[in-house]
Write a protein that binds this ligand. Structure first.
Ligand code: IMP
Ligand code: MG
Length: 179
């Protein structure tokens, strides 16, 4: 297979600057007190890793936990059924929780996750996404903190994959004419 062409959409430097800005926004929104960052695997792990260090520089000391949710995209059609593949170890009751993920697109999975953590008694559940693709929303959800609004393109890098590849790219790239 020939390697697809990947054009840089958001550079390493632009992402770093934006994540630093997001950390300040999160602190200023009052998420600093006993904050639990919930990184959504797999796509959210690179963003979450940089965001928690930016939060440190912004004076916030979060706890971190991880959650892996089944993707309804596994089949050709959406069933709307979401299962927890890897659950949190942390009790979220009474906590300020910030869900951190790569992309908000249809929003089905993240709306479900937000509701779940609310039902478990979280005091407040916020959502931070690196990219917002607003054109395909199917659930009633908006992110509280958005890195960049993303054009309607297939993107990879910074944790995001195409067929399990390209998560390691230190920038966000657009796959030109994926085969
Ligand atoms: P949704 O908001 O539940 O529709 O799904 C968003 C998820 O779809 C993201 O967390 C990614 O895993 C995946 N996704 C959506 N668009 C892209 C893309 O352009 N590149 C890679 N993954 C994507
Ligand atoms: Mg995802």
């Amino acid at each position: 297979m020939t390697e697809p062409r990947i054009d840089v959409l958001f550079s390493t430097e632009a992402i770093a600057a934006r994540i630093a800005g997001l950390a300040g926004e999160i602190r200023d929104a009052g998420f600093g007190e006993r904050l639990l960052v919930v990184a959504v695997l797999k796509g959210g792990f690179v963003f979450a890793a940089d965001l928690i260090r930016a939060l440190h520089h912004a004076g916030v000391s979060p706890e971190v936990d991880f959650m892996s949710l089944s993707s309804y995209r596994a089949g050709t059609t959406s069933t709307g059924t979401i299962t927890v593949l890897r659950d949190l170890e942390t009790d979220v009751a009474g906590r300020q929780v910030l869900i951190v993920d790569d992309i908000l697109e249809s929003g089905r999975t993240l709306a479900w996750a937000k509701r779940l953590l609310g039902e478990r008694g979280a005091a407040r559940v916020g959502l931070a996404v690196l990219l917002d693709k607003p054109g395909h929303r199917a659930a009633e959800i908006e992110a509280d903190f958005v890195g960049f609004t993303c054009p309607d393109l297939f993107v990879v890098g910074f944790g995001m994959d195409m067929g399990h590849a390209f998560r390691e790219l230190p920038y966000i790239g657009h796959v030109v004419d994926p085969q």
